[in-house]
Write a protein that binds this ligand. Structure first.
Ligand code: ASP
Length: 343
């Protein structure tokens, strides 16, 4: 039997969902959660015990950073035993980064953490925020035989529930702002909410929630393009504190075969800098060794990012470097799924 009553904590960080036009500057700025509650009186009628906490200052998600992730994680840790699930209201611009980061931070998670937001502010007539918020609450509270149906960090948006670390923002104008091309939705919301039980991760053992808050931010994303130059590439890879780069390569993990390129990468890897190869494509992943243009990458010790999104790869790299693992172990962990972020 589905049980629909529960206690939910809404963590409000900002984003378009709670924004209003500032007529002086003609820009959108976040407003208080009490205003959201006024605009969505339905959440009071749900029968759930709903509480909220806001991050101050409320931000456009372009201003989200590691400190914000730590604040969100600590709020969840502090309130973990009191609530059945958590809804994080967040701007869409960096939501996929935050959901990915939180998935790595929250080890042994047994309760839903559902990120949502909207493309139009909740006060506007055609807002997508109401449906997103109401359904996210319902999913965060949903249980089957006393246990949460989706004990994962997810993004709910425009009728679909996704594993957070599989998503990417794909549109700045359509209501379906997110895609998860390499992993199926965990649920579809229509007249009913249909859960895709075989795609949801259920922990085999019950362990106490562990919150990891150490990230190392000495990392960079480098997107290859035809015509990039040796001197820029070489300078970047010699930056003093650099610990790792996400190398966004072409197609199935391919890159130029030119000698200087391989030499610069090899030197970095010999200096224990991680070079994590992911594709620039939305769908599919890296397959190093398939083409001649990726064989040398494999030979010099480039790390295989498989089908991870940029957001998952980056936050996983920051999180694992933060653990101060020996280089070979770090490389090994990066190539294995730790929160369902890669196939
Ligand atoms: N700029 C906004 C933000 O990310 C966009 C949104 O929420 O959709 O905070």
């Amino acid at each position: 039997m589905y049980s629909n009553k529960g206690a939910i904590l809404i963590i409000y960080t900002g984003g378009t969902i709670g924004m209003i036009k500032d007529h002086k500057t003609n820009t959108l700025k976040p407003f208080d959660f009490s205003e959201i509650e006024k605009k969505v009186p339905e959440i009071k009628g749900f029968g759930y015990n709903i509480a909220s906490v806001s991050l101050y200052p409320l931000v456009d998600s372009s201003n989200i950073n590691i400190k914000s992730w730590i604040k969100i994680a600590k709020i969840i840790e502090l309130n973990y035993s009191k609530y059945d699930g958590f809804v994080v209201l967040h701007g869409t611009d960096t939501m996929a980064y935050s959901a990915s980061a939180l998935s790595f931070m929250l080890e042994n998670l047994e309760k839903p953490v559902i990120f949502t937001g909207s493309q139009l502010p909740i006060g506007t007539l055609r807002t997508d925020g109401k449906e997103n918020l109401i359904t996210a609450i319902e999913i965060a509270a949903a249980k089957l035989n006393g246990t949460s149906i989706v004990p994962e960090v997810c993004i709910y948006f425009e009728n679909k529930l996704y594993r957070g670390n599989r998503t990417t923002k794909q549109s700045s104008k359509h209501f379906n702002a997110f895609i998860s091309d390499n992993y199926p939705p965990l649920a579809l919301a229509g007249i009913n909410i249909d859960y895709n039980f075989s795609a949801i991760f259920y922990p085999s053992k019950k362990n106490k929630l562990k919150v990891n808050t150490v990230f190392n931010d000495n990392v960079l994303i480098i997107k290859l393009f035809p015509g990039f130059t040796e001197n820029y590439f070489s300078e970047i890879l010699q930056l003093p504190k650099l610990k790792g780069i996400i190398l966004e390569t072409f197609g199935s993990g391919n890159a130029p075969t030119i000698k200087w390129f391989i030499k610069i990468l090899k030197k970095a890897i010999d200096n224990e800098i991680i070079v994590l190869n992911i594709t620039q494509c939305d769908t599919g992943g890296t397959d190093m060794g398939k083409y001649e243009t990726s064989r040398e990458l494999l030979n010099i010790g480039v790390t295989n990012g498989a089908d991870m999104t940029t957001e998952a790869a980056l936050t996983k790299l920051m999180y694992l470097i933060g653990k101060k693992l020996p280089y070979s172990e770090l490389k090994n962990e990066l190539q294995h799924s730790i929160r369902g972020e890669m196939s």
